[in-house]
Design a protein around this ligand. Structure first.
Ligand code: FAD
Length: 511
């Protein structure tokens, strides 16, 4: 047995684990398929019921995972009067947006989608000198979201919001298990710098992105595409500094005839430079630039894998830096739900990163003095496990622009599946949007659990739309409000009816 899994276990847990492994062997399934049998809905864990562990906190609401969704949930629950602890395995809130270098926040393409938490966050970010949509073509990028959050400012602002609201943030604390009793989570177990400890709470919110708390609690989960079983491909994002971004703009616009909207882009660039702002410059591998990037494969500087997806953006407030939405590790080779494969993807991705950076420096005018200035400290997982909750969102909800009386937010962000030829390219018309019902955040099995963000209840295709940051934040915000409201009235969250919460308390009311 690999050392990392050589943990002391109770006999019952050991037998359970062995039983699952044996089931895989009897069925004759190998590798990932065997793991799929074992992982869903059960997960290997220890029996913590009678473990004598220190109780670090006894609170109203425990949120696990401090990404866009979990942080919003913690702040909103605390602002609504709950005593809250937020457990985060990194030392920064923001999840993929900070640790994963994911920039920018995508637009929802739905006007009026910004819920109060997002409006507040945007104001705070602007105060930090991280302006939002300046320099972007607002005909193309419209609707709510659109936050151009500088990762380092974002983590600072999240700390500030938690501190003000009175959220107890536990950094460097990883969820390791859960104790359930009679359809409720009683406590969760976290690995801290001092060792294992329990956190007791009346309500729990799973914001881990990987539905980890839900899996510990026995909630049914799904992973990957229903057809192929593959997750969306992962990325390992990075930033490069020392770039002359105006030179880069002119190279792609004038020499490669990249699809810039000529006049508009020129005007936006001029305005930005006149006002001393970072101009919005983006380059991608697309039809017009295909030949340029493919030349790197011919010369041996790049591989076929490297050129599947290439995208870069300037970062507002970092005038010589570009955020790389790549490399993207091949989805068919690596899995976001297999520990070993996930780890190999990191090493593979780091090599891709080096090749891409080297190619940019050598071949893109403006990159002559560039260097890798930051590497993500969290793998860019687009999709891993998703729960099956009371409501299961599907592609139809997007395609038919479904609205719900218990909606917690709206979006029209398209079904965005990388690496897969899916027939979901149709986009909603401007003015159309779909909504996410509260029931997609709660489960039938556990009464005091809410699940927010990219692991909420939905199919592979539905998740490919609702996974963007603004939508995850709005889900988290609603979960925090519902958790506090339910506790104040003694109603378990999976019985709360969002539409019955007074309108002035709700972050979103369906029209
Ligand atoms: C490469 C890539 C590019 C993207 N581009 C964009 C974009 O341009 N715009 C956009 O809006 N969205 C983009 N997205 C999507 C978006 O970033 C994510 O879907 C979103 O961040 C999900 O938010 P979340 O809070 O659900 O999860 P995450 O952001 O994944 O946060 C989960 C948090 O939980 C913590 N956690 C996990 N496990 C544990 C544990 N056991 N114990 C304690 N803490 C734990 C993690 O450390 C993390 O902080 C992109 C995603 C990827 C991968």
């Amino acid at each position: 047995m690999d050392n990392s899994f050589a943990i002391p276990m109770s006999r019952r847990s050991f037998m359970k684990l062995m039983g699952l492994a044996a089931a895989g062997a009897v069925l004759g399934v190998k590798g990932d398929a065997a793991k799929a049998e074992a992982a869903s809905p059960t997960i290997s864990t220890m029996d913590f019921d009678n473990a004598e562990l220190p109780v670090l906190f006894d609170v109203d609401v425990c949120v696990v995972g401090g990404g866009p969704a979990g942080t919003a949930a913690a702040v909103s629950a605390a602002r609504n009067g709950a005593k809250v602890v937020l457990v985060e395995r990194g030392i920064s809130l923001g999840g993929l947006a900070t640790l994963g270098c994911v920039f920018p926040c995508m637009p929802t393409f739905a006007d009026g989608s910004d819920t109060p938490y997002i409006t507040d966050l945007n104001k705070r970010m602007e105060k930090q000198g991280s302006p939002l949509t300046l320099g972007i073509d607002t005909d193309t990028y419209f609707g709510g979201g659109r936050g151009q959050y500088v990762p380092e400012y974002l983590s600072f602002v999240y700390d500030e919001m938690c501190e003000e609201a009175g959220v107890n943030v536990l950094y460097n604390a990883s969820l390791a298990g859960a104790v359930t009793d009679g359809g409720r989570i009683v406590s969760c177990v976290v690995q801290t710098i001092e060792g294992l400890a329990k956190i007791q709470a009346r309500t729990f919110i799973d914001g881990t992105g990987d539905a980890l708390l839900s899996r510990f609690a026995g909630i049914p989960v799904e992973k990957g595409s229903e057809k192929t079983g593959h997750n969306q491909p992962m990325s390992l994002r990075f930033e490069m500094g020392g770039i002359d971004v105006v030179k880069v703009y002119h190279f792609f616009r004038d020499e490669l005839k990249d699809a810039w909207k000529d006049k508009l882009s020129d005007r936006l660039l001029k305005d930005a430079l006149k006002e001393g702002r970072t101009p919005f410059v983006e380059f991608d591998k697309m039809k017009s630039t295909e030949k340029f990037f493919r030349a790197g494969v011919t010369s041996g500087e790049l591989t076929e894998d490297d050129v599947v997806f290439i995208q870069a953006f300037t970062i507002t407030g970092k005038p010589t830096v570009m955020s790389m939405n790549c490399p993207e590790m091949p989805g068919l080779s690596f899995s976001a739900t297999d520990t070993v494969s996930y780890s190999r993807a990191v090493t593979f991705g780091r090599k891709m990163m080096r090749r891409l950076a080297g190619f940019f420096i050598k071949n893109i005018p403006g990159f002559e003095k560039a260097y890798i200035s930051r590497e993500a400290s969290m793998v860019g997982v687009r999709e891993s496990w998703r729960i099956r909750g009371k409501y299961y969102m599907e592609a139809e909800d997007y395609l038919k622009a479904h609205h719900f009386p218990d909606a917690v937010c709206r979006t029209a962000y398209p079904i965005d599946i990388h690496d897969v030829n899916a027939d979901f390219s149709r986009k909603l018309k401007r003015g159309q949007y779909y909504e996410i019902p509260y029931r997609a955040l709660v489960t039938n099995e556990i009464s005091n659990l809410l699940v927010v963000g990219r692991c909420a209840s939905g199919s592979f295709a539905a998740q490919a739309s609702f996974r963007i940051q603004p939508t995850c934040m709005s889900m988290g915000e609603a979960a925090g409000i519902a958790a506090a409201w339910g506790l104040s009235r003694g109603i378990p969250v999976n019985e709360v009816k969002w539409e019955e919460i007074p309108e002035e308390t709700r972050s979103y009311v369906s029209k």
